[in-house]
Design a protein around this ligand. Sequence first.
Ligand SMILES: Cc1cc2nc3c(=O)[nH]c(=O)nc-3n(C[C@H](O)[C@H](O)[C@H](O)COP(=O)(O)O)c2cc1C
Length: 478
Amino acid sequence: MSAIADRAVKSGGPALLFERPEPGRLRQAGVWTRPTGLLPGPGAAGVPVAMNLFGTERRMCLALGVERLEAAAARVRDLIELMKGPGPSGGGLLSKLSLLPKLQELAGIAPKVVRSGPVQEVVEEGAAVDLLRLPVITAWPGDAGPFITLAAVVTKDPETGARNAGIYRMQVLDGRTTAMHWQLHHGGAAVFRKAQALGRRLEAAAVLGGDPVSIYAASAPLPDGLDEFLFAGLLRGQAVELVRCCTVDLEVPAHAEIVLEGYVDPAEPLVEEGPYGDHTGFYSLADRYPAFHVTAVTRRRSPIYPTTIVGRPPMEDYQFGHATERIFLPLVQAVQSEIVDYHMPPEGVFNNLLFVAIEKRYPGQAYKVAAGLWGLGQMSLQKVIVVVDADVDVHNPAEAWWAALNHIDPERDVRFFPGPADVLDHASRAPGFGTKMVIDGTRKLPEEGHARPWPERIVMDPAVARAVAERWRELGLA
Ligand SMILES: Cc1cc2nc3c(=O)[nH]c(=O)nc-3n(C[C@H](O)[C@H](O)[C@H](O)COP(=O)(O)O)c2cc1C
């Protein structure tokens, strides 16, 4: 299944539904053990598996209910416009009035708790819980076992009650236990640290399937305390319906397929997690993470289990990151107005490479922009930032490198800074800590040590180019 999904996503292929997945074998500690005994769980043929749901930009747009990702970004931009005062940057009163319908729409986007939902058609508690009945796949030969990969894990801040949702992989350890891989810099880990400090268990619910906007929203790097389901409501223009969980004090999307309710206990020793074929294209080494104890499985009568595999890019997760890149651009621009555009190409696995184009107005601005980005949430993990002028198309890495490399004097224009590194960065000098590089590929000003003029780009005379295009066939070159 993972080989099919790998090939499908890399060739722009379709979403996949495996209607009758066959039992696999559990591979633990390097040996293949008994077959997982995959149920003919719910329904006689077992639980169907959906993969590659978000595998193309087109399908991500379908999932978000927009024609283009820019339309989703426009919702965020409108919200920012609403918050700006009148004046040259905020627009006049008339333009504010035109936003009134948006305000009305906003009133209806907060998540709504409803009494019941399809995700609780069946409730299995206590001894009835058996994760081995779920078709959780082992994607790569060196994986430590089967991993649940597309679950939105919901928790609440034990002090403020603020909800957090993030997609964290969960290695199935036995029928009732998984590991919980919330990385150091992510919201889930922060909530866990709070519970640890208070000496309390932390309840969690892993949501599989349901409204695709909510699945995307769980992957979005929202500021702490901002509810992912509220953000999903903003993107959908409609509230997400939630139901209360059966065994924990949390709410989950009512229209999900399956929910695993349970808890992590900070007082317990951490468990070994991984190795895992990761989104960098390399195996991440085994490490220690909290154990998640499942107290209940709630589900639809005949649920579909959604999953994804990561590996050498491009993979399905690129579409999640790319959607975030587009949707969060207005927020980034609200803080740094000189940013014209930015782009994280797939081979940079989000944290390794960011091209950013700026409207340069003063000396040192490339460093100001890079430092500002490093101060923004998960952007803090960005390893290499390449700053270019506004006339460069950052969505074309060949053009961005061409311009940047032509415009640098390396000793002057490449700088290194220490900072947090992504936990999955296997090259940083310590886990979670390393150096970052900024390449100032803009045209430098005299104050920046460049006294010479900058040459023009070479462009063919438009009239000549047009004439050639018209005569192309006649020249025998078509
Ligand atoms: C398919 C997929 C798998 C992911 N797996 C993990 C993971 O195992 N651990 C993790 O910390 N983040 C993982 N992420 C990234 C987080 O979901 C993302 O950074 C999110 O913003 C975290 O939310 P938080 O800051 O609220 O915790 C994954 C993202 C996707 C799209």
